[in-house]
Design a protein around this ligand. Sequence first.
Ligand code: LLP
Length: 410
Amino acid sequence: MRLTEAAERFGTPLYVLDEVEVRSRCRAYREALPHAEVLYAAKAFLCSATADWIAEEGLGLDVCSVGELRLAAAAGFPPQRMLLHGNAKTPEELRLALRLRVGRIVIDGLAEIPRLAALAIADEPQRVLVRVLPGVAAGHHAAVRTGVAGQKFGFPIAGGDAAEAVSRILAQPSLNLAGLHCHLGSQITEVGPFLTAIDRIVALLAEIRERHGVQLPEIDLGGGHGVPYLAGEPELDLADFAARVRERLASACAEHGLTVPRLLVEPGRAIVAPAAVALYRVLVVKHGTDGQVFVAVDGGMSDNPRPALYGARYQVRLIGRDSNAEPCAVDVVGRHCEAGDVLVPGAHLPGDIRAGDLLAVPVAGAYQLSMASSYNLVGRPAVVAVRDSRARQLIRRETVEDFLSREVGR
Ligand code: LLP
């Protein structure tokens, strides 16, 4: 189905997700890392259909809330293949995770250790990882760099906090410590930071073996694999990542006389971002006094907060008609009540761009809908999947009736 037809049929703003692309990205991960466990990070985008595709392609699932956990479980995703994250897990989350018997829970605070240990049963210990900070900063924005001290996640390796957490977990009979986890940041395009993290984590594994006489069997390197949003931008080279990570794990372990642990990775963005396109209808074209042109569309920071939050850059294209008009520089803006609601500043669109035109923004699959809001009581967009030139709706558009239905008092 053509994008213009999808826009007609389902309305705009619309997110169109290519099922084949998501599946082939899952396969590329499994093929590049045949000995590793690949868990898709649901926070990038989750719905029942994507949970099915991820399950069918043999990946695990990283979830971080009751919402993600319950949606995936309701879709039939096997809890054993799930891993629960969170720096502030609620008692409800811990109880549900234990009840469903999720495969792994990642411990991210000292208080969580006795709390989880008290809920779990010693006869069937819960498998856990501990989130450590290797002191490596990487990623596209300060808000997503999570591998260093000075932010809320994890236990620093340097200074001994991580080792202390490990000791306390090992002392709990209802917890089975399987390994160490780190997540350096998001939209990382170089392999180097992952290799430095491996060195520091393997050194900690050696220290743990020394102190406790156990070798932990797993290392989870988190996600963060970068994709290009603009032409010519770099991306994390998956084959290079796979080869160098494997090599470094082997050499670092050999240096310390450790057996190579099982590797886990948690890509989110790299699985879904390039698989979706966002479609918007132009509502207004306004010419500012200093020659600025504002092309205002029917979505904005409510369906894609990334430009406003991180200064994220996107490409945008006119679709549905040919234009020979000279391209001109315009700001593609949203419909929300903030001057900062700019989706694509300095975009190049044909000079005859007008109300009614359709715009397409590619690489729209990650952290747009999952971070969408209903600011100004504008409903969140519908999501459709395309496969074999056919489109089917996965998530319907949020309506005013949805808002009204939450009004239970006055
Ligand atoms: N594992 C953990 C523990 C994470 O916190 C994340 C993302 C991932 C895996 C997946 O990372 P990915 O492969 O998708 O980079 N909203 C931001 C990105 C936030 C990432 C949060 N954690 C953005 O739109 O750029």
